[in-house]
Write a protein that binds this ligand. Structure first.
Ligand code: KIV
Ligand code: ZN
Length: 524
């Protein structure tokens, strides 16, 4: 049961450091645009995370701009930017976060023998000296500095102790111990952390953080083990996304602390758990990473009781099979909010209730989209509206390819044909026709013909945003374009139209990636 506010002990508060926009964004095939990053960051703020790691500013101009936008627009959490332990990275990370009300530079260097020998080509003395210089520089710029020993759990604890002792002496306020390759196990990790406490008395005076990867499925268990021996910051990603098998999942950590607080000696967090479902859906939509149905907390089966015996028990008393209630993670019946006669004022109110704050232009665009869908679908629920808003957010009207018109022909058993009209990023309209074994192949052919792309569809799925025959359809594609993989997602009352939108998004993402690469190569 959750501890009530009065019984909460500040020493037991766990800081949530969310790295969805940095470690999460490093997952293969995730490409978030600036507006998507800001939107996710706003939701993380509503969720009550303490720190948002908004990106790795040196990695690309887009990353720097994303971090700057989050730092300038998102109020509440500390905004962190990642930097390797060198002058240029740290200076650019500071450019990224300096406008935040609470900026943080997070600098790191590897301490394991294998990383030092093969990646850094440095010996221990060089790594120690580099870490000291990096923290010194970061502290001279930022009031808040975090230092991480990459691959800490495969490092010699005596050396990690020496490096973190020096980082603390230089002024790092948070010391992060990453299990970079997801190798450690709970009790082993605890012994490692306890040895650090023993060797480095000054560790008691700063925040110990853990950053666990999920290669062996132990990220959350290891993070929890860390909290039990004194770590008070946990680094997490929404839906557990992140490099390879991902990072510790935010929603699992938050709900463990809420559900088992007493058994964890009163550990607690500031997470507003009722925002979890919305954060999870948003991240899934904007990243194109679907959530497995049986995923803890946010999978669609997590609160569903299929078996008759379970249903009976849950109806008699929810506690028979439920250890958490669905409302506590924000999973509520999606009420009807708007109909096709609803006006701009009602839309603004519904969006405000959902937590969206739109300026006049954005409201006009949202209203146009809402009317378009409401005219075809009749009524919209809160979940529909949420899906539409997130879909709308994906469109950078000045730079995206947009579907203007689409039509199909083809009897069952015959080849399908499609025609599209697409508005290019130059504002011109381009028409194309395509044919294929099915309507989706025909759409892709028509779009390729219109805009000159040449994509191969690798994965395709459609799902319904809400229940019922008139649900909005959501299509997701994974395509290969110019030798690289891109995802796209689209929402529409018509699933084929949603599929066309999804493919156009993937093509837009590939064009942006090509452009960013060209700019980076030419040094712009
Ligand atoms: O996994 C890792 O080691 C990291 C560090 C940069 C913190 O992501
Ligand atoms: Zn990581």
């Amino acid at each position: 049961m959750p501890a009530d506010d009065a019984s909460r002990d500040d020493a037991k508060r766990v800081t949530f450091f969310d790295t969805t926009l940095r470690d999460g964004e490093q997952s293969p095939r995730i490409h978030l645009n600036l507006r998507e990053k800001v939107e996710i960051a706003q939701q993380l703020a509503r969720l009550g995370v303490d720190v948002i790691e908004a990106g790795f500013p040196i990695s690309s101009p887009g990353d720097l701009e994303g971090v700057q936008a989050v730092a300038r627009e998102v109020e509440g959490p500390t905004i962190a930017g990642l930097a390797r332990a060198n002058e240029k990275d740290i200076a650019v990370a500071w450019e990224g976060v300096r406008d935040a009300a609470r900026p943080r530079i997070h600098t790191f260097i590897a301490t394991s023998d294998i990383h030092m020998a093969h990646k850094l080509r440095m010996d221990r003395a060089q790594v120690l000296a580099t870490a000291i210089d990096a923290v010194k520089l970061a502290v001279s710029l930022s009031p808040d500095v975090e230092f991480s020993c990459e691959d800490a759990t495969r490092s010699d604890p005596a050396f990690v102790a020496e490096v973190i002792g020096a980082a603390i002496a230089e002024g790092a306020g948070t010391i992060n111990i990453p299990d970079t390759v997801g190798y450690t196990m709970p009790t082993e990790f605890q012994r490692f952390l306890l040895e650090l406490y023993e060797r480095v008395p000054s560790l008691e005076g700063v925040t110990l953080s853990v950053h666990c990867h999920n290669d062996l499925g132990l990220a959350v268990a290891n993070s929890l083990a860390g909290m039990e021996v004194g770590a008070r910051q946990v680094e997490v990603c929404v839906n557990g996304i992140g490099e390879r098998a991902g990072n510790a999942s935010l929603e699992e950590m938050a709900m463990i602390l809420r559900t088992r607080a007493e058994d964890l000696g009163g550990l607690w967090s500031g997470i507003e758990t009722t925002e979890i479902t919305r954060a999870s859906r948003m991240v899934s939509r904007l990243t194109g990473y679907e959530i497995q149905p049986n995923k803890a907390i946010v999978g669609r089966n997590a609160f569903a009781h299929e078996a008759g015996i379970h249903q009976h028990g849950v109806l008699a008393n929810p506690l028979t099979y439920e250890i958490m209630d669905a409302q506590s993670v924000g999973l509520m019946k999606s009420e009807l909010v708007l109909g096709k006669h609803s006006g701009r004022h009602a839309l603004r109110q519904a969006l405000t209730d959902l937590g969206y704050e739109l300026d006049a232009d954005a409201l006009n665009e949202a209203f146009r989209r809402f009317k378009e869908v409401a005219d075809r679908k009749g009524e919209l629920t809160a979940m529909d509206l949420e899906a539409l808003m997130e879909d709308e957010m994906r469109v950078d009207h000045a730079h995206s390819l947009e579907l203007r018109d689409i039509s199909f022909a083809g009897e069952s058993g015959e080849k399908a044909t499609a025609r599209v009209l697409v508005r290019g990023s130059d504002g011109e309209e381009y028409a194309g026709e395509g044919a294929g074994d099915g309507p989706v192949a025909a759409i892709i052919g028509a779009i390729d013909a219109a805009v000159g792309s040449a994509g191969t569809l690798l994965e395709y799925s459609v799902s319904a945003v809400t229940d019922g025959p008139d649900a909005l359809g959501e299509a997701r594609v994974l395509c290969e374009l110019n030798g690289r993989q891109f995802t796209g997602q689209g929402v529409s009352p018509d699933v084929l139209e949603a599929s066309a939108i999804a493919y156009l998004r993937a093509v837009t993402a590939s064009r942006h990636a090509d452009q960013t690469e060209r700019m980076a190569e030419s040094g712009v």
